[in-house]
Design a protein around this ligand. Sequence first.
Ligand code: PRP
Length: 176
Amino acid sequence: MTAPRPGRVVIGEPELRARVTALGAEIARGYAAEPPVLVGVLQGAFLFMADLVRAMPIDLVTDFVRLESYGGGTTSSGRVRLAEDLATPLAGRDVLVVEDIVDTGRTVAALRRLLEARRPRSLRVCALCDKVGRREVDVGVDWVGFTIPNVFVVGYGFDHAGLYRNLPHVVTLEGV
Ligand code: PRP
């Protein structure tokens, strides 16, 4: 038996660059008045977040959360707790959650509940990838970079057992 390895390219580097640049400009137009707080969800979103903010020509604040799922098996349970919380108060602020992927939708749904309790002025969600075919919870995703099929992907923030987040493109994982 061979170990799982990165396989074929699903989203290439030039495609990622073009889409994230366009997304940044589009999102920025939605936040003309006050600097929004961008909340990156660790670890997967760190590369997307870094590229997205550089494509947004407006004043903004960045912060991060790290979530821990509990009570679940291999798929997310949707019961999340903040393993690392924000340092930024959200009351009255425009908040944009930056996710790498929305799969069942449980994580975003749970995070929305947690953050809405802090009374932001607005709370919107942007995800690099959306596996719409896997959705179990109807969560509003305001901006999506790419709709992808139900395949296991690694690279550009996505991992398998902690590896491959540093690949510059999104590729399939073969041999799982
Ligand atoms: C992934 C991803 C989302 C979540 C999506 O996180 O980053 O947060 O799963 O799944 P859902 O829509 O089914 O809830 P993961 O637990 O793999 O952590 P990571 O970001 O550190 O890789």
